[in-house]
Design a protein around this ligand. Structure first.
Ligand SMILES: O=C(O)c1cc(=O)[nH]c(=O)n1[C@@H]1O[C@H](COP(=O)(O)O)[C@@H](O)[C@H]1O
Length: 305
């Protein structure tokens, strides 16, 4: 089964496109979880915290997206913790989309590809998919694509990012189209060449919920491409903003929420009811809330019928 079909099977099994982002931050961990402020203790706390999130969300959602930056920030101890988190998530039946936003010239890209998408015994992280930057061009994408083909994995290429400054380069017009649409055309071409049984390929696109009009445009321009949508919740994106990103079967997009779920115990809506002591209850409530919001506002609701 190719990556797109595995993702579709997972989304159908859980009946939701919610993707939980694992972005641990020392200052936001539940009280008492960080036992000392040194790097090794922090890395251990991240691992314990992420395992705790995974225990709650594994029965509810198809996939998690660990953000490599927060682990790499802690050096070797963080990198070990990241590997443990990936393995734990996989052991609980979750797909793992590693958020590394990697790339480099072809030969170096090959090393990144094998590190994140390689076979379990040779890859320290061994994720199911990886976020990739397109700006080094075609020969920089090829190693990720080939490694994905070899190991049943996938990639999500940055097309229209959620941040306010992304348009500086992504919206520049060349040959009558903004740059992000040129990237989209290339990604769609790769996806159309790697189709699985359900009409989607193994190369996805990252497009932010903070740009709903462009999301709709991209869904139409990329009919064989799965979208990874960040920017929900803390960055302002809503379920209604994501509505146009799904196909008529309720497929075609996963919607990420990191802070809004994993640190839900700090949100006004949940602080009093759960607080630090019952932080996992807050994670569950916030996950269920987002599942319901997307089901009500998008064709992802059809997954339930
Ligand atoms: O590739 C990503 O996931 C990503 C792309 C993008 O355009 N914007 C974006 O926010 N992200 C990531 O998605 C996560 C968003 O986190 P929250 O804003 O806390 O939900 C972070 O890990 C970001 O690095």
């Amino acid at each position: 089964m190719n990556f797109a079909d595995r993702l579709i099977a997972a989304v159908r099994a859980k009946q939701t496109p919610v993707l939980v982002g694992l972005d641990p931050r020392a200052e936001s961990l539940p009280a008492g979880m960080l036992t000392a402020k040194d790097i090794v203790s922090t890395a251990k706390a991240y691992e314990v915290f992420c395992r705790g999130v995974i225990d709650v969300v594994a029965p509810l959602v198809p996939a998690v997206k660990p953000q490599a930056a927060f682990f790499e920030q802690l050096g070797p101890a963080g990198c070990v913790a990241l590997g443990e988190v990936v393995r734990y998530a996989a052991s609980k039946g979750l797909l793992v989309i590693m958020d590394g936003k990697r790339n480099d010239i072809g030969t170096t890209a090959q090393a990144y590809a094998e590190a994140y998408l390689g076979p379990g015994d040779l890859s320290p992280w061994g994720a199911d998919a990886l976020t990739v930057s397109p700006y080094l061009g075609e020969d920089s994408i090829t190693p990720f694509l080939q490694t994905s083909k070899d190991h049943g994995a996938g990639i999500f290429v940055l097309v229209k990012t959620s941040n306010p400054g992304g348009g500086r380069f992504q919206d520049l017009v060349a040959d009558d189209l903004p740059l992000y649409r040129h990237v989209a055309q290339y990604v769609e071409q790769l996806s159309a060449a790697t189709l699985g049984e359900n009409g989607y390929g193994i190369v996805g696109a990252v497009a932010g919920a903070t740009y709903p009009q462009q999301l709709a445009e991209l869904r139409a321009a990329m009919p064989h491409t799965w979208l990874l949508i960040p920017g929900y919740g803390a960055q302002g994106g809503t379920a209604a903003d994501c509505a146009a990103a799904f196909d008529e079967r309720g497929l075609g997009a996963v919607v990420n929420n990191s802070r809004g779920i994993i640190f839900a115990h700090q949100r006004d809506a949940y602080r009093e009811k759960f607080g630090s002591a019952r932080w996992q209850g807050a994670v569950e409530a916030a996950t269920r809330e987002m599942i319901d919001q997307l089901a009500a506002a998008t064709s992802a609701g059809k997954l339930r019928s």
